[in-house]
Design a protein around this ligand. Structure first.
Ligand SMILES: [Zn+2]
Length: 262
């Protein structure tokens, strides 16, 4: 890959340990592997400052500040105001990662839903797409996305683990589907099926580094450079060249996030 068609990692926690402590080396390794654009999601309000400092220090990195379902109890009048104030920042292109997680031993579904709805409204008022995290709550999520008119700006469904039917409904609402490390596991079934069935315009790539390392690094701290392993699997399953995979998925990410394409 010679620089003209760089891969876009639409979900990289570059601001979190251990990546943040060795960021220069991680970025150099990523660029050498053809990975040159990054969307960095928020997790909790206490991390938003570092999130913005991180994306400000990295060329071609953008932020999606927000409150993850695991921190949903932090959604209150003062964090609403703090998040609203961040949305004008030039590197902020989405609100995330927000959603529902039925597997968490954390905030109740009701608390998660309040934080999700509040952030969907804030994103809509700001005219921004959203970055969604969802585990085992796809039906409820789609209902909420419709009720909150999230289709007006769309976004990305990150670490997608749902059915083809769910993916199609999300796509109809303007949501691209994020494919990551689980696609590369030798026993992966659903993700490859969804990838095969999805129109090319709705496929985006992500690592979720430092989580969900791809095969053969499963269990290690994930790295943005390993997006190339995920891209190679997408290319194989879709029968695209690596160049096509980079061009298609980067264009998709830029369109959904309203970033001027390379
Ligand atoms: Zn994440």
């Amino acid at each position: 890959m010679n620089g003209e068609a760089l891969f876009f990692d639409t979900h990289a926690h570059l601001d979190c340990p251990p990546l943040v402590q060795r960021l220069a080396g991680e970025l150099a390794a990523a660029r050498a592997a053809g990975v040159g654009r990054f969307l960095v999601p928020g997790v909790a309000p206490q991390g938003w400052q570092r999130l913005l400092e991180t994306v400000d220090s990295v060329p071609d990195a953008w932020a999606a500040p927000g409150i993850h379902p695991l921190a949903a109890q932090d959604w209150n009048s003062s964090t609403v105001a703090a998040l609203a104030a961040l949305l004008d920042h030039p590197r902020v292109v989405a609100v995330g990662e927000i959603g529902l997680d039925a597997l968490l031993d954390g905030p109740s579904p009701a608390i998660q839903e309040v934080a999700l709805r509040g952030q969907l409204r804030l994103a809509r008022e700001a005219g921004l797409p959203v970055l969604i995290h969802c585990r085992r709550a796809q039906g409820r999520l789609l209902d909420i996305l419709r009720e909150e008119r999230a289709g007006e700006r769309g976004g990305i469904l990150h670490a997608f683990s749902g059915s083809i039917e769910t993916a199609r409904q999300a796509m109809d609402l303007g949501f691209a589907i994020g494919f990551g490390g689980t696609l590369t596991y030798p026993n992966a079934r659903r993700a490859p099926e969804v990838l095969k069935a999805l129109p090319a315009a709705w496929v985006v790539l992500e690592t979720d580094a430092p989580d969900i390392a791809p095969h053969p690094h499963r269990g290690e701290d994930n790295r943005p450079a390993w997006l190339a392993l995920i891209a190679a699997e997408v290319a194989r399953i879709r029968n695209w060249s690596l160049e096509e995979t980079a061009r298609i998925t980067t264009e998709n990410a830029c369109r959904v996030l309203k970033i001027t394409p390379p």
